[in-house]
Design a protein around this ligand. Structure first.
Ligand SMILES: [Zn+2]
Length: 69
């Protein structure tokens, strides 16, 4: 299960596995975009699907980001 986020600075859409989000929250870490911005928003499901089709999509894999589109 992934959760989609959108960066408010570079407009990139990226997805992070929900277990990673839980781990990061536990460690008190911020969720940041692949380019390190912390100004991110959580689009609703419809928006994120639409955005995913329109934009590059990154998925976090362990410590790095992989571009899947
Ligand atoms: Zn960004």
């Amino acid at each position: 299960m992934y959760k989609a986020y959108r960066c408010n600075k570079c407009r990139v859409v990226f997805a992070i596995p929900t277990e990673d989000i839980r781990r990061m929250e536990k460690q008190g870490r911020y969720i940041a975009c692949p380019f390190g911005h912390k100004e991110i928003s959580e689009p609703d499901k419809y928006d994120s699907l639409k955005e995913c089709m329109d934009n590059s999509v990154y998925v976090r894999e362990g410590r790095r980001m992989r571009q899947i589109k």
